[in-house]
Write a protein that binds this ligand. Sequence first.
Ligand code: CAA
Length: 263
Amino acid sequence: MEFVNYEVEDYVAVLTINRPKALNALNSQVLEEIEQTIDAVDTNEVRALIITGAGEKSFVAGADIAEMSSLTKAEGEAFGKKGNDVFRKIETLAIPVIAAVNGFALGGGNEIAMSCDIRICSDNALFGQPEVGLGITPGFGGTQRLARLVGAGIAKQLVYTARNIKADEAYRIGLVNAVYTQEELMPAAKKLAATIAKNAPIAVRNCKKAINDGLNTDIDNAIVIEEKLFGDCFETEDQKAAMANFLEKDKEKKLKVVPFQNK
Ligand code: CAA
């Protein structure tokens, strides 16, 4: 891969978008390589994925403006679909995905971060949807996920004004969960991923599915989704072992990583 690096260590994978000359902007090739990497994540081996950008300045500075500049209506729609399809794969990946936002997260950069389960950022991060200043709408999910994450009023204001916001404001509106110094960001992302990876993997995946699927339906259907996924856990060795350890009051065992099993 030319623009994507992928490494796995101790159940945690790091996908780095690596096109620093263009501040990691997303052209068709970058999108294709992200998709291939996501498709190839071995969820038997990996329990949490971190997405970040190469370099100290930018997470992702958006979709590639040079590539978009000459698109026709049909090509524009196809480019939007490509981004949406890839980001939907991230959003629905079985395991949790953490965006470690290490700088510019503009347009498609904010949009890929929003397709992740959790966003944390460095204090130099800058978020925004600058599209209307370029004569387009946000096209990789920005008109949909921003309103779901921070509420329609704030989302509309950010999208209509194309105003960028710094890390502290992103934290205040709930777009990111935490802000770190640049040096602390990746260690914090890895620590968070490792904490997730220590828990029962099927239970964690079922939580992701329950929350995501439940948010997309009404509460009556949502609680049925939860009931089903809750019930499924009782077929797992993790549930039996973890509850038995609790009842044995074996503190040592209780803290042990439950063995990985795949359904
Ligand atoms: N597309 C293509 N190239 C980009 C890019 C982008 N989104 N963002 C930065 N680059 C390139 C620049 O053209 C420049 O290339 P050259 O060195 O070859 O000239 C290089 O990256 C470095 O950028 P700058 O010199 O501009 O760096 P800066 O520090 O002065 O400014 C910046 C940084 C504020 C992020 C500025 O680059 C910028 O405004 N970039 C565009 C941000 C943007 O509008 N993103 C949204 C795109 S639209 C979108 O994403 C649509 C969608 O929803 C799908």
